[in-house]
Design a binder for this molecule. Structure first.
Ligand code: TPP
Ligand code: MG
Length: 554
């Protein structure tokens, strides 16, 4: 009979259950209710990234999940550790990211505990799942089931484990359950129904100006080549949603991102389209799903779960239910060749040569035009570096980097929160440790979680942070200006990010001369470390999206 003090503890077994699930990276911030578990997980060989704010642990795990294709794992303590998750969770739910969070819960044995909180309703209101684990013997199975649920439902699952239960001697079975990946159903891609293919083909036969619009579902289904072939067969154009940007980067008839970030020439052609074939996308409001950008077009939605209404707007009247690749391939096979259709050489030349935005602005001396900054970065940054995007007004400019393939970008924007850039970059750095990561962020967004510069240094992450510094919450500033309101609360002045970077032990540079970029890129590549480059830009340059949505009231 093993004496109770010699038995493993519940936290040992819980850590083993996570290791058994294949967890090799975990984003963590410790407290009483998760430190024993996290220490054991680390001892079992899991790489721990210890961040400085719980939000950043979860946001980094989100980017890790998207980049690795695996479940992202984070851990936080009970009470105040859990409340810090509440901005990241809805973002993860909307981006359909599989995550498992090991959270502590207050001890069950005491009548009072200062960090006690009813955590379940807080978590479930975000759309994430919450499971309190209160029966030690069942915990390994509950961990396995959490991974199954995260993978199958593609959403975050938070496990709450009271820390007095974690400390108990283990009295359960010696063997752990089989891991979730051995149990998951692996359904084959869903072929379309022939009747649906025939009616979709009839619709295409009657269309003259087709745009094939692909989303992340098309990326995941490997439908890129099939979409190109469909566009070629119909003589149509190609476009993507923001998260799928780059899927057609080298196709001369790709008009860029559809939605808030569409370049000038893309807007012009979308307005002429008479049929949009949306492939593997959720038809989100900001992607133009409500038809704002293509008022003359009908829409055919090809998806495993096609919809008529999305985010409050009627979107598609025509539907083809299928795996994106199989659906598009079947449709292309059902169409007769029809020559060049809408395509012309002039069109290809305009797509290639026109500026994303040709508006002229008066720029103050000593400041940069954000559009020129992005052009220079696009030319100077190597093609195989990972690109991470954040939010804010500046994201319009950063979206205009058309020369790179889809797998080099990471964009998670579904909850519209700023402040995630550094965390996303850390998550990508953990998933792709073999190459530099470039984060494109705004000054306000970076400032919101600037403490993570210390995490980046301590874990020696190879991240270049590009700050589009307009000394303001640009989004707010431009909207306030358009309404003729006071700018207070949106303008902060140009803080010195190079000095801030130095303070955290990172390299930092205020870039004033864009001609220096090739040299700076070379130096950064040779350093293998992290740096912050501050580009002080004029707040006079207003993005086309803001100009459209918030014209100046005269
Ligand atoms: C968490 C959160 N708080 C506030 C906002 C509102 N908001 C949207 S953009 C923005 C300004 C971001 O500033 P910055 O990162 O400097 O980018 P810029 O707009 O100046 O280019 C703010 C405050 C938000 N989206 N998310
Ligand atoms: Mg700003």
């Amino acid at each position: 009979m093993i004496k109770s003090q010699d038995k493993p503890r519940v936290y040992d077994i819980l850590a083993k259950a996570f290791t058994q699930e294949g967890v090799r990276t975990c984003f963590a911030l410790l407290g009483d209710a998760n430190m024993n578990w996290a220490t054991r997980l680390s001892a079992q060989g899991c790489r721990m990234l210890y961040v400085r704010h719980e939000h950043c642990a979860l946001a980094a795990a989100m980017a890790y999940a998207r980049k690795s294709g695996d479940v992202g794992v984070a851990t936080v303590t009970c009470g105040p550790g859990v409340t810090q998750l509440i901005t990241a969770l809805p973002a993860a739910v909307r981006a359909r990211l599989p995550l498992v969070v090991f959270a502590g819960e207050a001890p069950l044995k005491s009548g009072w505990y200062n960090q006690e909180l009813d955590q379940a309703p807080l978590i479930t209101t975000t759309g994430a799942a919450y499971h309190p684990l209160h029966m030690p013997e069942r915990m390994p199975v509950a961990v396995r089931d959490a991974f199954l649920q995260a993978r199958r439902e593609r959403r975050p699952v938070v496990l709450g484990v009271p820390f007095d239960l974690q400390n108990r001697p283990w009295d359960g079975p010696a063997d752990l359950p089989r891991p979730s990946r051995e149990l998951l159903p692996r359904p084959s891609p869903m072929p379309p129904h022939p009747d649906d293919v025939s009616s979709a083909a009839r619709l295409l036969a009657g269309a003259e100006r087709v745009v094939v619009l692909a989303g992340l579902g098309a990326v995941e289904a490997g439908a890129g080549a099939a979409c190109r072939a469909l566009a070629a067969r119909t003589g149509g154009l190609l476009s993507t949603t923001l998260p799928a940007r780059g899927l057609f980067h080298d196709d001369p008839f790709c008009i860029g991102i559809s939605g808030s970030y569409t370049p000038e020439v893309g807007l012009e052609y979308l307005a002429q389209a008479d049929l949009v074939v949306a492939v593997g996308c959720s038809l989100a409001y900001h992607a133009g799903g409500g038809g704002q950008l293509w008022p003359k077009a009908k829409m055919l939605h090809i998806d495993i779960d096609p919809v008529a209404v999305s985010q409050g707007q009627e979107v598609a009247r025509h539907h083809l239910r299928a795996d994106a690749r199989l659906g598009v391939e079947a449709l292309t096979s059902a169409l007769p060749p029809r020559g060049r259709g809408w395509r012309t050489d002039v069109m290809a030349a305009r797509i290639r040569d026109s500026q994303p935005d040709s508006q002229v602005f008066e720029i103050e001396p000593g400041l940069l035009d954000p559009r020129r900054v992005v052009e220079a970065l696009e030319a100077a940054l190597p093609q195989d570096w990972e690109m991470v995007n954040s939010g804010g007004h500046c994201s319009w400019f950063f979206a205009q980097m058309p020369s790179r393939p889809q797998e080099k970008f990471l964009t998670i924007r579904e909850f519209g929160a700023i402040g995630n850039g550094v965390s996303f970059a850390m998550g990508v750095a953990a998933a792709r440790p073999d190459r530099p990561i470039v984060l494109f962020d705004g000054d306000g967004s970076l400032m919101m979680h600037v403490q993570e510069l210390e995490t980046i240094r301590r874990h020696r992450l190879n991240i270049l942070i590009v700050v589009m510094n307009d000394g303001a919450y640009g989004s707010e500033l431009h909207k306030l200006r358009s309404e003729g309101l006071a700018e207070d609360g949106s303008v902060f002045g140009y803080c010195n990010f190079a000095a801030i970077a130095h303070g955290f032990g990172l390299a930092g540079k205020t870039v004033k001369d864009l001609g220096e970029l090739p040299k700076l890129v070379k130096e950064f590549a040779a350093s293998g470390g992290a740096a912050v480059w501050d580009f002080q830009v004029s707040d006079k340059v207003v993005s086309p999206t803001i100009r459209r949505a918030h014209p100046h009231r005269s």
